[in-house]
Design a protein. Structure first.
Length: 122
């Protein structure tokens, strides 16, 4: 998990970890050895919509934003697309909001499940 790698660096002073699904967090706390990451005093866990969190974040605040998203849609057997809740994390508005919340030399790390992604969320 990304948070463990981030916390390895003593220069990290604060981490806002945002997850939409509190049940996923609780399962991770129970079954994964890195679950104590949330006990680190530098970490604040937010069970919230990531797009809303970023939209409401201070401008020029973060040095790094790491977005680890599930795919924005799934394909049905007939080839039609069904948007998933993470679709909002693939919109131009969301990317603009991420850019606004980053400091001048901030870094945005964007990880998704699919290698090939033709986004229909825009």
């Amino acid at each position: 998990m990304d948070i463990i790698q981030v916390l390895k660096h003593s220069s990290v002073k604060h981490v806002d970890h945002v997850d939409l699904d509190g049940d996923v967090v609780e399962i991770c706390r129970t079954h994964f050895p890195w679950s104590d990451a949330w006990e680190d005093p530098r970490v604040k866990l937010h069970i919230a919509d990531g797009a809303v969190f970023v939209a409401n974040s201070k401008h020029d605040f973060y040095d790094v934003v790491i977005q680890d998203s599930s795919d924005p849609y799934t394909c049905c057997e007939d080839g039609s697309l069904v948007e998933l809740p993470s679709c909002v994390l693939f919109t131009q508005d969301h990317f603009r909001n991420v850019h606004k919340t980053l400091r001048e030399k901030g870094v945005f790390i964007f990880q998704v499940c699919s290698i090939v992604l033709e986004c229909h969320c825009m």
